[in-house]
Each structure stands twice: as structure tokens, then as C-alpha cells.
Design a protein around this ligand. Structure first.
Ligand code: FES
Ligand SMILES: [Fe+2]
Length: 371
């Protein structure tokens, strides 16, 4: 693949990828025998937990006349539509009862399905698999199961703590993701007296390599501006700390930091809610501070600060984006963003042709920037 110009015009397409798992709601917000609303990729969903605590996800529209099912009644097993009382199995959407039918009317009730989605609870979130749109008239068939289980956070010991943070961003999935992988905004957006000032900007060099469906910032001793790093330095010698950061389609950013027997691991996702709205969820697991009462709070404080700074920035950016400005990506700081768009295009192309994904990177690359 020919090297791209160092300056590239970029129009983001806001295209949302189907055929993947997405985080729908924090698990602690989904209660037994209750119905909750959520939106993923502009699809209205109703999410709940059955009597045993198993989560489920249905399309929030009755297949009869479109009434939102979240307005209905849920007995811990079946969802009953509030309009004409049709009942659906919460887990597979199969129709169980149509109250208006008389004994001699032989409509095959069990051939009717409410839209239903594969659903899993993993690391504190309810995940929903959004399949590719089915053929027209697919409303009478069971759902499509996900080919793989929902993504998990990598963990390196039996015991660990888990915490999450979530923030709504009024921008498309593309801006959410490239904002997340952008190294150059750090000195300007993430200033704090206890963290760094813009005067600490200096040249950095990082190695990247291709991985399936994504790319990796190779294991390295981190520079001082990664959030958990400063905390980790309390535990281990600086040169024994290594960190790896992966980005994998459609929206996964994994960061693993290891220092001897201590580790910190996070899985951040940018979830498309609508074309112009996304949500960032950071879920972290770690085995540090388990005996240190202020640890998790401190970590959460640091992350909350970062995420809030990003949220505020994207809120302001959304104002500028309203008028459809021409945008550009520059080398090397925006190269990861370019890879993201290329990966997305390669993924769609592979899907269209049935061939293997043609990875935009042919091998390891070193990028340099100042931040
Ligand atoms: S609209 Fe749901 S039962 Fe009629
Ligand atoms: Fe940021």
C-alpha cells in the first residue's frame, strides 16, 4: 500500500459497524424484573434481567404495531406489550400469547418474534451483539447468535478490583475514537497542577505493530503521562514497568500495564449511540491497592478528571463540527487515526468480497511526535 501524504483531508463518515458486540449498560444499572431503555447504533433496545438474574435485550418495538416494549409489563420471564397484551419470551423474543385470538383461530403464535439480541454480562457491563441487518422480512425468525463471546478484560491474578466510568460524547463514533487515540491533545486538554503543564511537552517516539483487526503500541517503558503509571511508580522501579496499548475494531482500546506482580488492565470502548452521539466507557481491573483504602478512589478520581476533560472538549468540538468543516489528519501524530479509518474501510471491503482483511500496515512502524 503506497505511503499516504503526510497531510490528509479527512471526512469522517460516522458509519457504524454491525457484526460486533457493544456495551449497552453498566450491569449495576440493570435490575431484576425491570425493563431499561438503551440505544445502540440507532437501534432502540429494552434491556432487563430475568428472575435468575440473566440479562436479555429485545428491540424496543412490538412486532405487532410498534409499541415500545419498555412501556410493557415484565414478570421476570415474559415481556407483555402494553397495547394489546402480546407476550414475548424475554430471551429469544418468541411470541407466547396473543390474547385476542379465539379458540378456533389457529394463527401460529410461536412463529412470531420480537427482535431479540444476543446478550452477555462481562466485567461489569451488559453487552449486546448487533448483527448485520437481516434480509427484508426477517421479522419472523429467531435471532442471530454472536460468533464469539463478548470481549473481556485481560487479568493476571485471581483477585482484583474492577471499576468503571462512563461519559456521553455529543460526537460521532469516529470523532470519539480518534479523540481517544490522539496523543497530541494531552498537553492542552489534560492539564492539572498535580499532573502536568503544557510546558512539559517533549518529543516522543513509539513503536507500533499490526495485530488482527487493529494495531498495538508495542510494550515499552511508559513515558510519564499515562494515568496509572505515576501511581504504579510508587510500587515498582520505573524501568520494570511495561505497558501495551492495543486498538481493535470496532471500538476497543486495551491498555495493560505490568510491574512485577502488580498489574493494571483496562478496556475502553467508544459506543455508537446515534450518528452524532457516542459514549465512552472505561472499565479497569487491577491488583494494586487492594490493601490500600484510598487506591481505587484515587484512580477513579484521576480517570474521571481525564474523561471529563475529553467530554468537555468534544462538546465544544461538536459546535465546530455542526458546520461540516474540512478536516485534516497530519503525520505522525494523527497516523493512528489514519490507521483507524483504513482499518474500517478494509473491514468493510473484506466483508463485501468475503476475502481476508487487508491490513493497512505492512509491518512495525515508529512514530514521532511532541506531546
Ligand atoms: S402493539 Fe404490541 S401487542 Fe399490539
Ligand atoms: Fe484525552
Amino acid at each position: 500500500m503506497p505511503e499516504l501524504d503526510s497531510l490528509q483531508r479527512q471526512a469522517t463518515d460516522s458509519l457504524m459497524l454491525t457484526g460486533f458486540w457493544y456495551r449497552a449498560l453498566p450491569a449495576d444499572q440493570v435490575h431484576r424484573n425491570q425493563l431499561h431503555k438503551a440505544t445502540l447504533l440507532e437501534i432502540p433496545l429494552v434491556i432487563g434481567r430475568d428472575r435468575q438474574g440473566q440479562p436479555f435485550a429485545l428491540r424496543d418495538a412490538c412486532p405487532h404495531r410498534g409499541m415500545p416494549l419498555n412501556c410493557g409489563h415484565f414478570d421476570g420471564e415474559n415481556v407483555e406489550c402494553s397495547y394489546h397484551g402480546w407476550q414475548f419470551d424475554a430471551h429469544n423474543g418468541q411470541c407466547e400469547l396473543i390474547p385476542s385470538l379465539t379458540a378456533d383461530q389457529n394463527l401460529k403464535v410461536d412463529r412470531i418474534y420480537a427482535g431479540s439480541y444476543d446478550c452477555e454480562e462481562q466485567d461489569g457491563f451488559v453487552w449486546v451483539y448487533i448483527p448485520d441487518p437481516g434480509p427484508p422480512g426477517a421479522g419472523f425468525s429467531p435471532r442471530e447468535e454472536a460468533p464469539d463471546p463478548a470481549p473481556v478484560i485481560e487479568k493476571f491474578s485471581e483477585k482484583y478490583k474492577l471499576a468503571y466510568l462512563t461519559a456521553d460524547m455529543p460526537v460521532s463514533i469516529d470523532h470519539g475514537i480518534i479523540g481517544l487515540m490522539d496523543p497530541a491533545h494531552g498537553p492542552f486538554v489534560h492539564q492539572a497542577w498535580w499532573w502536568r503543564s503544557r510546558h512539559s511537552i517533549h518529543e516522543k517516539k513509539k513503536n507500533f505493530e499490526p495485530i488482527p483487526n487493529g494495531f498495538r503500541m508495542s510494550a515499552h517503558t511508559p513515558s510519564s503521562n499515562s494515568a496509572p503509571y505515576k501511581l504504579l511508580r510508587l510500587y515498582a522501579a520505573a524501568d520494570s514497568i511495561t505497558t501495551t496499548i492495543d486498538f481493535v475494531l470496532p471500538n476497543l482500546r486495551r491498555e495493560v500495564i505490568r510491574a512485577g506482580k502488580y498489574w493494571f488492565s483496562s478496556l475502553t470502548t467508544v459506543t455508537p449511540i446515534t450518528r452524532n452521539q457516542c459514549r465512552i466507557d472505561v472499565v479497569a481491573a487491577w491488583n494494586l491497592f487492594r490493601w490500600f483504602p484510598f487506591g481505587p478512589e484515587l484512580l477513579k478520581f484521576v480517570f474521571a478528571k481525564f474523561v471529563e476533560q475529553d467530554r468537555r472538549t468534544m462538546e465544544l468540538q461538536a459546535e465546530g463540527l455542526k458546520h461540516n468543516p474540512h478536516l485534516m489528519l497530519i503525520d505522525d501524530a494523527d497516523r493512528p487515526a489514519k490507521w483507524y479509518f483504513q482499518l474500517k474501510a478494509a473491514h468493510l471491503e473484506a466483508k463485501r468480497t468475503g476475502a481476508e482483511l487487508k491490513h493497512p500496515m505492512s509491518g512495525p512502524v515508529t512514530l514521532k511526535w511532541r506531546s
